[in-house]
Design a protein around this ligand. Structure first.
Ligand code: ZN
Length: 494
């Protein structure tokens, strides 16, 4: 019985996964090449496709097959497939259809309202809608939690197996350490110049493509295009990335590209046996972000690798005003006063995320009202960053996550950095030639290590177990904080 049920279930999920990938491709097309006038028709396509995918994933036959399967008869990979399918099936069947539909309707309209309120700099205009979104997500959390913690129920969608109590433990020490470090850097007398001049799009894209090569992107199963917001999409044999170009800031293009290549190479390196199964994608949002961040920061912004990038930029742009590789390393890593999470350096980035995490936990717990959210944001920002928010666009209205209902998602960004910190420490131990390789623009051995430890497994393990198997202990924030403190202590001579 198990065999028949398992085979039928896998065939059914194969179709659901294929349809989801098609939906992802339509999304990519919408952000890159679709004509503006096609938007309404595209929304109809997506909504029809999403309804079909949802019906497949919640089909009562899935429940019947799951009930008929005897776990004792499964090999570990089959068991992992069943673990992921049951988790998703259970989540989806707990949420009443009407509630799911209402969430989809409200969050889809909220995105436009948020964009308008942001343009007008008017939080009050959006407050009512945001309160509605928070209320609906709380109802959903209550349905999912089954008496347990509401926030954990939402978090579980993005980081299976993770709980807020554990996040609190990981984040508390990190916040203290980063605030101290930021204050120390504020006192430093080290002056770091800025990059100046104009860098043409063609020349930037030449280097961006080279960086994608260097970090192992497989062009035979992907492509690079321009988009307003860089992203990576797809799985298996079709993983696409986008980047953007600002003529005065080539680092924006280069480091966005390396970041997205980190996501893409993870997907491209998953064992093909998981293709078109629920295991054929990354283990979680946090693990995914660990791969983009270790590529971008620990490897890409290292002294060794920036030495290589400096040479490549000189070869393409000629003298661009930075005298030597050491100055270039400092310029790449320079701390700037700023309000925007996505522009932040390694020291301040996680402070942005922790602020959002603490506020959204209170929103879901019901101890913070949306009416008080802007004040709470501004107060916390000044506390951690040392200066006041200057506009609501640079404050509570800056991210699209809450408007579209993504609550429980933010902490996976910092979790990704914490995992990256753990993996980098382990990689350095296992690969003594890492820096001399990176100085030559050679990431081959590092990629072999990451593929072996993380990439090839796809979704086979829970995120926590995957990291623990890779580094030999439960993940801690200590290696990340240690890495950031040493790196910036050295740059700013603290
Ligand atoms: Zn990312």
């Amino acid at each position: 019985m198990t065999n028949n049920a398992f085979t039928a279930l896998m065939a059914h999920m194969h179709e659901a996964v294929a349809l989801s990938q098609i939906s992802g491709l339509l999304g990519w097309d919408q952000e890159t090449t679709m004509a503006r006038g096609s938007a309404n028709q595209r929304a109809e396509w997506q909504s029809a496709l999403q309804a079909t995918i949802h019906a497949k994933r919640t089909d009562p036959k899935v429940g019947d097959w799951l009930a008929a399967i005897d776990p004792a008869e499964l090999d570990p990979i089959e068991a992992a497939n069943i673990r992921v399918i049951s988790r998703e099936y259970e989540r989806q069947s707990r949420v009443p259809t009407d509630l799911a539909r209402e969430i989809a309707r409200v969050t889809s309209a909220a995105q436009g309202e948020w964009a308008e309120a942001r343009a007008a700099g008017d939080f009050a205009a959006f407050q009512g809608t945001l309160a509605k979104v928070v209320d609906l997500r709380r109802q959903e959390a209550a349905a999912l939690a089954n008496g347990g913690d509401l926030y954990d129920a939402l978090l579980g969608e993005y980081e299976p197996g993770m709980q807020a109590v554990e996040l609190d433990r990981l984040f508390a020490g990190l916040r203290r350490g980063l605030v101290d470090l930021r204050e120390g850097i504020g006192q430093s007398s080290v002056e770091i110049p800025d990059i100046e001049g104009r860098f043409s799009q063609d020349q930037q894209m030449l280097i961006a493509r080279e960086l994608a090569d260097v970090f192992g992107y497989d062009w035979n199963r992907g492509r690079l295009d321009l988009a307003v917001h860089p992203f990576s999409s797809g799985s298996g044999d079709d993983v696409r990335i986008t980047t953007r170009v600002a003529e005065q800031d080539p680092f924006n293009c280069f480091y966005s590209t390396i970041h997205e290549v980190g996501h893409a190479v993870y997907e491209q390196n998953i064992d093909p046996r998981h293709g078109l199964t629920v295991l054929g994608t990354g283990a979680s949002m946090g693990v995914h972000e660990s791969q983009s961040r270790i590529f971008e920061n620990q490897l890409g912004r290292s002294r060794a690798f920036t030495g290589f990038l400096f040479q490549r930029m000189q070869a393409v742009f000629g003298d661009f005003g930075i005298p030597d590789a050491e100055t270039f390393y400092h310029v790449v890593n320079k701390l700037r006063r700023g309000y925007i999470r996505t522009d932040a350096d390694e020291v301040q980035y996680n402070l942005h995320v922790l602020l959002r995490y603490d506020l959204e936990r209170k929103l879901i717990a019901g101890t913070l009202d949306v009416a008080d959210l802007q004040d709470a944001w501004n107060q916390r920002f000044e506390q951690d960053f040392g200066y006041a928010v200057d506009s609501v666009q640079n404050g509570v209205l800056q991210d699209v996550h809450w408007p579209v209902g993504l609550i429980g998602y933010f902490p996976t960004y910092t979790l990704g950095n914490i995992y990256a910190g753990e993996l980098y420490a382990s990689l350095q131990d296992d690969l003594p030639t890492l820096d001399s390789d990176l100085a030559k623009g050679d990431t081959k051995e590092a990629l072999v290590w990451l593929k072996e430890k993380i990439h090839r497994h796809g979704g086979t393990y829970e995120p926590r177990d995957l990291i623990e198997r890779a580094v030999g202990h439960a993940p801690s924030e200590a290696p990340l904080l240690d890495y950031i403190t040493r790196k910036f202590g050295d740059i700013y001579q603290l």
